[in-house]
Design a binder for this molecule. Structure first.
Ligand code: IFM
Length: 989
C-alpha cells in the first residue's frame, strides 16, 4: 500500500478543471482492488464539469472493466490505454474509441525485429529474458521470464525487483537505464525510427508510443478548451527512478503540462523529481484528492486560473493607479464590457458597465451610456490583494495575501453575450452580497426592481438607448467560508429602454446552465479565438505579453454581428465618450479582418448604416458623395466637440471635426483592406463598393483644380494635429488619390458609369502630393519645409506632448509633428508612393516626430521594420507596448488606447513579418529584431486559417488549403498544406 495518507490531502486550496491520473499503482494496487470509491468520485467530478483522464499502459478491457465509471457529464472521462496508443471517451453508454495510433505493417514488423534484437542483445550479456506479449504498437520483454507479475501485491513485486537488479548486475549491466539504452539501440538498428523504450524494472517495453503520447493528447484536448497548466492536477505513483531508469509516471510530466500540479501517491523509494509533490498514501490518497475536489465544487469555491506569466497580467496595485488598473483589466465580449473595479467600490474607483453602440446624450456630449453596476459586494477593503487578468480565458481574478481574504472571479460570457458571472469567497463573517445592482458612477438614473429574488436595474431614458441588468445571488456557507455566486443577464437597446422581462428570462437561463458550465464554455470559446490569433515571440516575453494584451482588448472591442461602434478607447473607459475615430477603421479593423473577420465586417456595417448621415454631411458642405465625421457615435452625425480646454485649463477651439477630413478615405481604405484579408469579394461588389464610390465622389467634388490643372485639398488637418488648417496635406491628398483610384478600379469591375470612372482617374492624377525629388521626401503640407527646423531631441525624449511643453504656437511654427503623417502613408498605401521614398521620409520625419499621440510609435515601428531597421523598430514597438502598461501618457485611466493596441499587432504583422494581403496572394517579408529568435502569428486569410513563423533565416507557412505566398522579392508560389518552408532571400526595402 504505500505511506499513510496525509490528514489534509495536498494540493489543497486549489480547484482543478482537469485531473489526469495513472491507473496501476496510483488508483489501484492490483486488478482485484475495489474501485467503487474512485468510481463514484470520478462520476461526481464529471458531473461537476471536471475532465478526468486515466492513463494506463494496459488495454481498455482491464481499466474500464475495473473502473466501470459511466459518467453523464458535462465533464468528460477519457481512458488513455495501451501505453499511449489509444484514447476512449466514456459516458453512460460505455467507452468508445476516439483516437488511436495505428501501426503500419512495416512498423509491426519492425517492432517484432526490435523485440527479438533486444532479447538477443540482453541474452548475449547473460541476462535471460524473453518476449512475452505483443500489445497494440508495443512489445514487452520480461526481465524475469519465469515469474508472472500479474495480480501480485505490490510488496511481492518490490521483492522481485530486487531480484531483477541482481541479475542485471550479474550480467554486467549497471541499471535499468542501461537496459533501456541497449533496447533503444537495438530497436533503431531494427528499423524503428523513434522507438519509445521504457522499463518498469520488471519488463522492458519497446513501442511506437508511450504514455506521454496519451498525456500529450490529453493536454491538447484540454488546451482546446482553455484548460492549461495549473488548472490540471497530475497524479501518479512512480515518478522517481526505479532501478536507475525514470519512473513510469515521469512520462506524464510533459512540456505541455509544465505548470500543472504533479503529486505522487506512491512510495517513491528513490525520491521524486523536481516539480513533483510527494504525498504518498497510495490509492487511498488519490481517493482523498478526488474527494477534496468534489467537495470544493459542491461548496461553490471560487475557481482558479492558470497563472501562466506568458498569459496573465497583474493589475497595478498602487493606490494612484486604481483607475489605470480598472481600464487595463476591462473584460469585454464585443457586445458589452466591464471595467475592473474592485467589488467593494470606493471613492477612487471608476466602475463602468457599457454596451456597444448604446449612447446617451446628443451632439458632442454624446457618450456611452453607463449601465447598472453589478459587481458590488459588501466586503472590507481587501487590500493588499492581487488581481490577475487572464488573457487566455477572459477572466479576472482577485486573491488576497491573507488566506481568508477575498477571492473572486468574474467574466462576461463570449458564448452567450448576455450572460454575466461573478463568484466571491471570504471569511463568513465578512462577506455580504449587499446591493447586487448599484447606480452607475456617472449619475445615470437607475430603476430598481426585485421580482422574486432577481434584482433588476435599468439605465437610460425614453426615446434613447438603455441597458438593463438582472441578477440573482446564491449564498453558500461551509465552515468559515462564505461564497456569493452572482449570475445575471443584461440587455441593451441603442434606441429604446430595453425590456426587463427579457433580461429576467435570460437570467433564469443563465442559472439553469450554471456557473461552472458557463465558465467552461467561455474558456473554450476564448481558446478558439486564440487559435486564430496566436502570437508567439521567441526571445522577448515582455513584447509577447504586450502583443497578447493588445489582441485581448482588440478581440473584446467589437461584436461579431450587427454594427460595431468601436470607440478610441473601446469600451474600457469614459475617455472620448466612446466616439468612433479613424482609430477604428485604420488601426483596429485590419487586425480584426485578420483574426476575427466577422467583427471587422460588423465594424464596416457601422459605417455602411451611417452612409445616409455621411451623404447629408457632404451635401451640407456643398459637396457630393459621403463625408464621414471625424467623431461619430449613435447616428453617424459629427459629434466632435467644437471647444475644449488645453493643458493649462484655457478654452481652445477644436477644429478636427471640421478639418480632419482624411477620415473619409480612411473608411474606404478599411473596406478595401477587409476584402484583402478575407477575400470577401461580395462585400466590395455590394455595400462596400458603394461606400468606396461615395467617398470617391466626395473627393472628386472637394478637390479644387487650379489654373495649371493641379488639384488641391485646401484647409485641412492631417494626422499631425499640431498643424491646423493646412493646404495639401500629403497624407490627405495621397489617401484621397488612392480612394479615387480604388473606386475607379472597383467600378470598372462592377460596370460603373465610364464617365464617372474616367473623371475619378483624372482627378486622382491632378492631385498634388508634396513629393520633393530634391529632398527625396514628401513635404507634409504646402509650406512645411519653411518652418523652423526643430528636432524633438533638442527639447525632450519622446513620447512627449510637444504642444504642452513648448506651447501650441511654437510647435505650429516648427517642423515638430505630433504623429506619423507622411510615414503613415508608407504604412497604409505604400504602392501610391514614389519608389525609394521610404528611407528619405523616415530619415526626415523620424527625428521630428514627438509621438505626442499614442497612435504614432507602433506605426513607426511597422515602417522601420519594413525599411530594414528592425532593431530601431523594436524600440518604437516597446514604447507603444508600454504606453498603457505604464500609463506613459497619463491617460490610460480613461481607457486603453485601442489604436495603439491595433498598431502593435500591425507592427508585428505588416512590419516585422512584412505581411501584405493582396488579391489572393499574401506577401511575407520578415525583418526580425536581433533580440528575437522567431515570431509566429496565426490569422485567417481568404477564409482559411494560416500560421506564419519566421526566424532570422527562414519562413514556415502552415495552411489548411493551398494558398499563394510571395516571400520577399521572389515570385508568388503556391504553398501546399500542411506547411511550406522557405529560406529567406532578402529583398531591398
Ligand atoms: O484619432 C486620434 C488622433 O489621431 C489623435 N488624437 C486622438 C484621436 C483619438 O485617439
Amino acid at each position: 500500500m504505500g505511506s499513510p495518507p496525509r490528514a489534509t490531502p495536498s494540493p489543497d486550496g486549489s480547484t482543478f478543471e482537469s485531473i489526469v491520473f495513472g491507473w496501476d499503482g496510483t488508483a489501484v494496487c492490483d486488478r482485484q482492488a475495489d474501485t467503487s470509491i474512485i468510481r463514484s468520485h470520478v462520476e461526481a467530478l464529471c458531473a461537476a464539469g471536471v475532465n478526468v483522464f486515466v492513463i494506463s499502459g494496459t488495454d481498455l478491457g482491464e481499466v474500464d472493466g475495473q473502473l466501470a465509471a459511466r459518467p453523464a457529464g458535462p465533464g468528460r472521462l477519457h481512458l488513455c490505454t495501451d501505453r499511449g496508443s489509444e484514447v476512449f471517451e466514456v459516458d453512460g453508454a460505455g467507452a468508445r474509441p476516439i483516437w488511436c495510433r495505428t501501426a503500419t505493417a512495416d512498423e509491426e514488423a519492425a517492432l517484432d525485429r526490435a523485440a527479438d534484437a533486444t532479447v538477443a542483445v540482453l541474452s548475449a550479456k547473460g541476462l535471460v529474458c524473453r518476449v512475452v506479449s505483443k500489445g497494440l504498437n508495443r512489445r514487452k520483454v520480461d526481465l524475469i521470464p519465469e515469474q508472472t507479475w500479474a495480480g501480485r501485491p505490490r510488496s511481492r513485486t518490490d521483492a522481485l525487483l530486487v531480484a531483477v537488479t541482481k541479475r542485471l548486475h550479474a550480467a554486467g549491466i549497471a541499471d535499468h537505464a542501461e537496459v533501456v539504452a541497449l533496447a533503444a539501440d537495438a530497436a533503431m538498428d531494427a528499423g524503428l525510427v523513434h522507438p519509445r523504450v521504457t522499463s518498469d524494472g520488471k519488463h522492458v517495453e519497446i513501442g511506437l508510443t508511450d504514455t506521454s503520447d496519451s498525456v500529450r493528447w490529453a493536454a491538447a484536448w484540454l488546451a482546446d478548451r482553455g484548460i492549461t497548466g495549473s488548472l490540471v492536477l497530475v497524479a501518479g505513483a512512480e515518478f522517481g527512478p526505479v532501478g536507475g531508469a525514470p519512473g513510469r509516471d515521469s512520462m506524464m510530466m510533459i512540456l505541455e503540462l509544465a505548470r500543472s500540479r504533479v503529486v505522487s501517491v506512491g512510495v517513491e523509494a528513490a525520491g521524486v523529481p523536481a516539480g513533483v509533490e510527494h504525498v504518498g498514501g497510495g490509492p487511498d490518497q488519490l481517493a482523498s484528492l478526488l474527494h477534496a475536489q468534489v467537495t470544493r465544487r459542491s461548496q461553490l469555491r471560487v475557481p482558479d486560473i492558470d497563472d501562466d506569466p506568458a498569459w496573465v497580467l497583474t493589475l497595478p496595485e498602487d493606490e494612484a493607479l486604481v483607475r489605470v488598473a480598472e481600464a487595463l483589466g476591462t473584460l469585454g465580449n464585443g457586445w458589452a464590457a466591464l471595467r475592473a473595479s474592485r467589488e467593494e467600490g470606493g471613492p477612487e474607483t471608476s466602475p463602468l458597465f457599457v454596451a456597444n453602440g448604446v449612447y446617451t446624450g446628443s451632439g458632442p456630449i454624446q457618450h456611452l451610456l453607463e449601465g447598472p453596476e453589478w459587481t458590488q459586494l459588501m466586503v472590507p477593503t481587501g487590500r493588499p490583494d492581487r488581481r490577475l487578468l487572464d488573457l487566455r480565458t477572459g477572466m479576472l481574478t482577485r486573491t488576497s495575501s491573507r488566506p481568508t481574504g477575498l477571492k473572486s472571479i468574474r467574466f462576461l460570457s463570449v458564448v452567450r453575450p448576455w450572460a454575466i458571472a461573478l463568484r466571491a469567497e471570504h471569511e463568513a463573517a465578512d462577506l455580504g452580497a449587499g446591493t447586487a445592482i448599484a447606480d452607475p458612477d456617472g449619475g445615470e438614473k437607475l430603476d430598481h426592481g426585485r421580482p422574486a429574488s432577481v434584482v433588476i436595474g435599468r439605465t437610460g431614458q425614453d426615446g434613447a438607448g438603455g441597458i438593463v441588468v438582472a441578477t440573482r445571488d446564491r449564498d453558500h456557507v461551509s465552515g468559515d467560508v462564505h461564497v456569493v455566486e452572482r449570475l445575471g443577464a443584461w440587455g441593451a437597446d441603442p434606441r429604446n429602454p430595453p425590456v426587463a422581462a427579457t433580461a429576467i428570462e435570460q437570467q433564469a437561463q443563465v442559472e439553469s446552465i450554471g456557473f461552472d458550465q458557463l465558465a467552461a464554455e467561455h474558456r473554450a470559446a476564448w481558446a478558439r479565438r486564440w487559435a486564430d490569433a496566436t502570437v508567439t515571440i521567441d526571445g522577448d516575453e515582455q513584447s509577447q505579453l504586450a502583443a497578447r494584451f493588445a489582441l485581448f482588448h482588440l478581440l473584446a472591442a467589437a461584436p461579431d454581428a450587427g454594427d460595431a461602434a468601436v470607440g478610441a478607447r473601446g469600451m474600457t473607459g469614459p475617455a472620448y465618450g466612446g466616439h468612433v475615430f479613424w482609430d477604428a477603421d485604420v488601426f483596429v479593423l485590419p487586425v480584426l479582418a485578420a483574426v476575427q473577420p466577422a467583427a471587422a465586417r460588423a465594424m464596416l456595417e457601422y459605417r455602411i448604416r451611417r452612409l445616409p448621415a455621411a451623404r447629408a454631411a457632404a451635401a451640407g458642405e456643398g459637396e457630393a458623395g459621403a463625408r464621414f465625421p471625424w467623431e461619430s457615435a449613435r447616428d453617424g452625425t459629427d459629434v466632435t466637440p467644437v471647444s475644449g480646454t488645453d493643458a493649462r485649463g484655457r478654452e481652445i477651439e477644436i477644429r478636427t471635426g471640421a478639418l480632419e477630413q482624411h477620415i473619409v478615405a480612411d473608411v474606404a481604405w478599411a473596406a478595401s483592406e477587409y476584402e484583402a484579408w478575407t477575400g470577401d469579394t461580395e462585400f466590395l461588389a455590394g455595400p462596400g463598393g458603394e461606400l468606396v464610390a461615395e467617398t470617391a465622389r466626395y473627393w472628386s467634388s472637394r478637390i479644387e483644380v487650379d489654373s495649371d490643372g493641379h488639384g488641391h485639398l485646401r484647409g485641412v488637418i492631417g494626422p499631425d494635429e499640431y498643424h491646423e488648417l493646412v493646404d495639401d496635406n500629403a497624407f490627405t491628398n495621397v489617401m484621397a488619390r488612392w480612394n479615387l483610384r480604388r473606386a475607379a478600379q472597383l467600378a470598372e469591375h462592377r460596370g460603373g458609369a465610364p464617365d464617372e470612372v474616367a473623371h475619378w482617374r483624372r482627378m486622382a492624377e491632378r492631385l498634388v502630393d508634396g513629393w520633393d525629388p530634391g529632398r527625396g521626401a514628401y513635404e507634409q503640407f504646402a509650406g512645411y519645409w519653411d518652418l523652423e527646423p526643430l528636432l524633438v531631441a533638442k527639447f525632450a525624449d519622446p513620447p512627449v506632448a510637444a504642444d504642452v511643453l513648448l506651447g501650441a504656437d511654437r510647435v505650429k511654427g516648427s517642423q515638430i509633428i505630433k504623429q506619423a503623417d507622411v510615414v503613415m502613408l508608407h504604412h497604409l498605401v505604400p504602392d501610391e508612393l514614389e519608389p525609394g521614398s521610404l528611407a528619405g521620409d523616415l530619415a526626415f520625419y523620424g527625428p521630428r516626430t514627438a509621438h505626442g499621440s499614442s497612435l504614432s510609435p507602433a506605426i513607426h515601428a511597422a515602417v522601420l521594420a519594413r525599411a530594414g531597421q528592425p532593431d530601431r523598430a523594436l524600440e518604437l514597438f516597446r514604447m507603444a507596448a508600454e504606453l498603457d502598461f505604464h500609463d506613459l501618457t497619463g491617460t490610460t485611466a480613461g481607457g486603453v488606447h485601442l489604436a495603439t493596441l491595433g498598431g502593435l499587432w500591425q507592427a508585428l504583422a505588416y512590419g516585422f513579418l512584412g505581411l501584405r494581403p493582396r488579391a489572393g496572394v499574401i506577401r511575407i517579408d520578415p525583418h526580425l529584431p536581433s533580440a528575437w529568435h522567431a515570431l509566429t502569428l496565426s490569422f485567417r486569410f481568404g477564409g482559411y486559417p494560416v500560421t506564419v513563423r519566421a526566424d532570422q533565416d527562414s519562413v514556415t507557412v502552415r495552411c489548411d488549403e493551398a494558398m499563394m505566398v510571395q516571400i520577399g522579392g521572389d515570385a508568388p508560389v503556391t504553398c501546399q498544406p500542411p506547411e511550406g518552408n522557405f529560406s529567406l532571400g532578402r529583398s531591398e526595402p
